[in-house]
Design a protein around this ligand. Sequence first.
Ligand code: ARG
Length: 276
Amino acid sequence: MPDSRVPRRRRFLVCEPRHFAVHYAINPWMDPGRSVDVIRALDQWRALVDAYRAHGHTVETVAPVPGLPDMVFAANAAVVLEGRVLGSLFHAPERRAESLPYEAWFKQAGFEVHRPGSVCEGEGDLVPAGRWILAGTGFRTTPEAHREAQEFFGVPVIGLTLVDPYFYHLDTALFVLDDEGDGNVAYYPGAFSPGSREVLARLYPDAVIATREDALAFGLNAVSDGRHVFLSPGATALAGQVADRGYVPVPVDLSEFHKAGGGIKCCTQEIRENRS
Ligand code: ARG
């Protein structure tokens, strides 16, 4: 089976963590009293970019803006599907100003940006999964934004309710392993309401089920290209589970970013231009 997994080349947008810091607390991971090692963060982030490029992916960058320490979390800035860009409206006032530089980047890259009318945190909560979009709510993105995303993309949006504040964005509790055909995901059931767990079990009877320990190690904040899974090295059991399914785990340590509640996927915006 291992050789049957075929990677698809991706186009990623990232933001250098030159101004990364934890100056405020908008999720339970953040403690403004704890210092962040920016040099270490830069090294870890460069290793992620290098890993993507080494596996054939295109990586583009948006310039970081001083005073926006969370701007490194590019995933939250938009959702891009078939070349359509749904921008973001951040829940926290501290992050609202991030939308503009990302919007400017998309415009200069030739995309039009649709601004959402209600709180919508990009791929943090709206996760394209092949035929549909999985959409988290409960802490950040609103059900109203789910409706807006469905109307804008014309793709079914499946709402899922998050219940554990440590997993405040959908991309901290679930990632897409495969987006071809019916696709497949890995997730931590404890992050979801009972009904949402049932929905996931119906959609993905063959999903990889992660432990709380691996989820807390940011194991689900991963990126898969259909073969390689860029994964937090702390999620040891999960690495074994995905390897058993024929994927190739590529460990990338972003521990400095965990202090802000983010990991690999949070730092990565995927630009999807064509129908997958
Ligand atoms: N400090 C950021 C926040 O709480 C982290 C965002 C992480 N991004 C993500 N896609 N989960 O908003």
